[in-house]
Design a protein around this ligand. Sequence first.
Ligand code: COA
Ligand code: AMP
Length: 635
Amino acid sequence: MASRYHDVYQGWHSDPMGFWKNAASEIDWISTTDKVFDPDQGQFGRWFPDWECNTCYNCLDRHVERGRPGQPALIYDSPITGAQATYTYAELLEEVEALAAVLQDNGLEKGDRAIIYMPMIPQAVMAMLACARLGVIHSVVFGGFAANELATRINDATPKTIIAASCGIEPGRVISYKPLIDDAIGLSTHKPDSVFVYQREAEIASLVEGRDHDLGKLMEDAVAAGRRVPPVPVKATDPLYILYTSGTTGQPKGVVRDNGGHMVALKWSMSNLYDIQPGEVFWAASDVGWVVGHSYIAYAPLLHGCTTIVFEGKPVGTPDAGTFWRVISEHSVASLFTAPTAFRAIRKEDPNGELIKKYDLSTYRSLFLAGERADPETVNWAIDQLQVPVIDHWWQTETGWCIVGNPLGLGALPVKPGSPTVPMPGYDVQILDDAGHPLGPNTLGNIVVKLPLPPGAFPTLWNADKRFHDAYLAEFPGYYKTADAGVIDDDGYLSIMARTDDIINVAGHRLSTGGMEEVLATHQDVAECAVIGIADKLKGQLPCGFVVLKAGVDRDHADIEKELIKLVREKIGPVAAFKIAITVDRLPKTRSGKILRGTMRQIADGEEYKMPATIDDPAILDEITDALKSHGISA
Ligand code: COA
Ligand code: AMP
């Protein structure tokens, strides 16, 4: 069947307002106006200004009212604890209303902020939906971040409350969340009024009198009392959530997502991009702490009347590399969305796919990959083993949904290995040189999106309009700077080649090398440092830190390197995967003093490199090569 993509994209291009108005008819609105887009509001215009809605209503109530009360809405599958649970739409609504009642009883109102710090348990999604029901703006913080990172987010979002669990569970260890939360509140200048703790069997946290509450107990009481909480009307342009993501410094960026445009874009994507019908099971094997988890574990599947899966486990080791296939077969998953790193991990453990053959995957139709570059080797392995379309698609926390992909629902386009295919309607993707001039096909340059960004993409950063403008809009006026570099070929296919800033991508997690450098620089013995991302077969990239010690430091370098590794783990968290610190005498620099991070990365990755013309002292590159070799990194 010929793909309808080109017609649909052209239709959007010639009438963007009509396109999005039509897509918006899939959402239940409380009130609408004739205006789909107001170019004069906000940083580049706002979608659906003055339209009123409630995201939780659209995710739950309307399916309960219109034919899906008994359909599973959420399946919890936790190979790490052995637990499983299924909530129908009616049951999930009851739990969400109970949680909303608890928040309301404690003074949470529309516009207040709540931080959610939870592992992959159903209560995390319930907390997001309960906030959405009340118009409370949630900010989910990934469990692998340390107290310091949590404190930064508490200070920026100034939440009235924190909704947490007593612990997370990683293979072989229980992560106590409560001490991290207490430390973070101790460190932060803003103090939340309350902390709600969902007590898990693996660890019962001690609660601070007067401030902390037992969330599970309060929810049980609210369910027993039959508490109902009507959805609160919010403007389409009101924030649904803030999600912090790495910037080029240690201060993360608070990406704001609104209510209306978000629902419209996600709903459109479920049928047209992912080719999923209401009633089917959609599984995003990510974490609710990341944007993929927000969009495709919590919101999109429920908006579309699907069943979503909350999976608490890893692709390997819980208990083996067959876990994904068990989940797909046991819960009749139609489509799986994950990061390529998960497939690299599975392939390493089960190269011949022996574990795949053990399961009935007859309901399974497609694999979507995102979050990092999908290397053709991994993609080809997945196609061979699973015999389903494997779709690479490119997006960012900022956009909230796919920028460039292969729309299965419109009819798949031919795949070109290494390319995530073509722009989705809403995105006019172009390549510019550093001076902002358009570049022709097949020429590497800055990937930008012509403004306005489509519904679903962020309208600004939380409390930081200027930072939003400076970081994303200032360099290429009239365009959104993606900070990715790439090329578009003669057929309009985009390839993503690299980031143009200091962001690295470790196991599909976006991390700031600048943030790590800020931490290393606080060590008493460090004079200067540089962190680069080096290639890793499993995680895509790994951070590698080079430090120059202060004059006169005569301690054992190996001890200092261990302390630096511990410091990054304590300040940023285990998710930084910072395990390589190397002391060197000098860092290679240009004559104007700019550290040659790019050349260092090329050396570490064993790539050919050109001696930078402006290098101050070429001999330092040999020193870097030797230092890498002495740490077992082949150069
Ligand atoms: N809470 C606390 N710690 C966490 C955590 C969480 N929610 N998630 C990860 N960590 C810890 C890990 O235990 C690990 O700690 P360690 O250094 O003591 O081993 C560290 O953070 C690094 O985690 P990660 O990089 O994820 O590696 P891993 O060894 O746990 O797993 C993979 C490796 C490839 C299996 C895993 O990264 C994976 O499945 N990734 C999928 C990527 C993904 O979901 N991306 C989201 C975008 S789609
Ligand atoms: P995040 O905001 O965490 O989703 O990270 C976004 C960044 O991850 C992008 O700017 C890219 O650098 C990278 N990325 C995401 N998806 C892809 C993809 N399909 N191919 C290549 N890089 C990707």
